[in-house]
Ligand binder design. Sequence first.
Ligand code: ATP
Ligand code: MG
Length: 649
Amino acid sequence: MSDKTYPVSEETQARALVDQATYDTWYRESVENPDAFWGEHGKRIDWSKPYTKVKNTSFTGDVSIKWFEDGQTNVSFNCIDRHLETRGDQVAIIFEGDNPYIDKKITYRELHQHVCRLANVMKAQGVGKGDRVTIYMPMIPEAAYAMLACARIGAVHSVVFGGFSPDALAGRLVDCASTFIVTCDEGMRGGKPIPLKDNTDKAVEIAAKNGIDVKTVLVVRRTGGKITWADGRDVWYHTATQAADAACEPVAMNAEDPLFILYTSGSTGKPKGVLHTTGGYLVYVAMSHEYVFDYHPGDIYWCTADVGWVTGHSYIVYGPLANGATTLMFEGVPNHPDQGRFWEIIDKHQVNIFYTAPTAIRSLMGAGDAYVTRSSRKSLRILGTVGEPINPEAWQWYHDVVGDGRCPVVDTWWQTETGGHMITPLPGATALKPGSATLPFFGIRPELVDNEGNVLEGAADGNLCIADSWPGQMRTVYGDHERFIQTYFSTYKGKYFTGDGCKRDADGYYWITGRVDDVLNVSGHRMGTAEVESALVSHDAVSEAAVVGYPHDIKGQGIYCYVTLMSGREGSDDLRKALVAHVRNEIGPIASPDKIQFAPGLPKTRSGKIMRRILRKIAEDDFGALGDISTLADPGVVDDLVANRQNKK
Ligand code: ATP
Ligand code: MG
């Protein structure tokens, strides 16, 4: 843990929506009287029928979670129509292409027309309330139109990341019995076409063998590349939407009607179909988007996630648009045409709020400062991170180099399951500590428990649970409520268990230490893999590190480190020794790595998270059983890791 603290600067304080006193008061109200607190804040969205009930939730028995249950609203209305009068001509979406010469701005009025036309096309194709629509798209505005069109007519979307294989897509089609797909001919990433339509064709075939007959594939023309066409099933998006009416009434939805299904990233096992509903979700993501990013009208906001992840759902599409913000969608990758792309885009569009992942930060840090410092970045005001624990080294670089030391870094801890931010700083209210997600958001009651479920008080290290419900919480695992109860509510009775380990320091700050499954126990000492990784990455030869435990005769568990070096550095036994010494020095002898394997690449999910379960298997020399690797970004790295393993039996 880093012992540095960054107090809120006067400049940030002066324009912040929430200062420390407000945070303290609101937080207390939110946990002492959730009905009153959320009853008030629920009004931030428009309801066609106002709610009279606020919270009706239980974490025991059958586990039932309902918020604003007798209210009616429509998410698409809240994200579009209600802004038309005041900001119809304001830009809603800035599209920045993979190719730096391509961009496009879509106003709220244009957004309204696109979404209405598409909603009418869907209706004409027989899609109705409750039907599941699969969206398999690159990062182009039509992906957002499709999500909003579903919301408008009450269809439930399941966005499948455009980088997934036909198998992964088919699995998700079958899991939620979805027979309508929106896709595109090809995506473009880093100058290379991605064959989305081809993949879709293959997935449709696989789904058919598993009992799901896809009726319609709506195809956006992005590249004009060659594709095969199934008459009667495939429909061009542009012809269908041109012919459709540009007006479509939003359907009144009950607060608890499903909005979307989204499969978790699969870092720890088979992905779960997380179901989110309408009212509480929208209230929660809109509110957290505004306060966590200290969003002010007119700000240009950019979240680099893909719409295929929950971050894209909550903080590219729904939260920002519900707030009438300008949200940037980037089609490409951080290193095309070169590693300075992010910082160029920030200057080009004068981005004020920038939200990305530690994996991107670490890799751009590895590329060297010159890519950053050649840009101005003067427009930046707030920086954010999400997805994994951020090691203090990367935090510091992000803060000092990217933000020139001016911009608070909000390290937001949350999950697909939680819908929105859970533990996070608020820029005007929270002093920052590099590597800590800091304090709970409104309404969130974190608890640390030991393995027996005893609640730990004060400074402590334990399993992170949430004691009570919040409006953005998932409601069930689609089609498998039992799995929902088993996964989240059975380990510690009456609490939502996050699966993450966490420390709380004497100031009440939370430090996520990684998945509980990843905690090391070396000679009786518990430590998070994240701690050892941070120590390794703080060595100047190391760009990334992943640490796992393996059975060790004497110590119980040994420490096995996979290390990716900075470009230009070579692995050697001397460097191994230097790294061991470095970790001993940073943490202590107890954390001495037993094995160090130099790895040109680490096995990551498509969202950039390291799949430690694969690394654990390789470290245990048990690579015959790697489990579900369908969400792995580059299966090729596994072969290299296996070939160079340091623990051959
Ligand atoms: P699966 O549940 O299928 O194994 P996943 O947990 O990777 O996949 P997500 O919901 O995308 O799926 O990720 C949530 C997890 O990411 C959290 O439980 C936590 O481990 C990690 N995480 C996210 N943000 C942070 C953060 N700011 N600090 C530390 N860890 C984070
Ligand atoms: Mg998870």
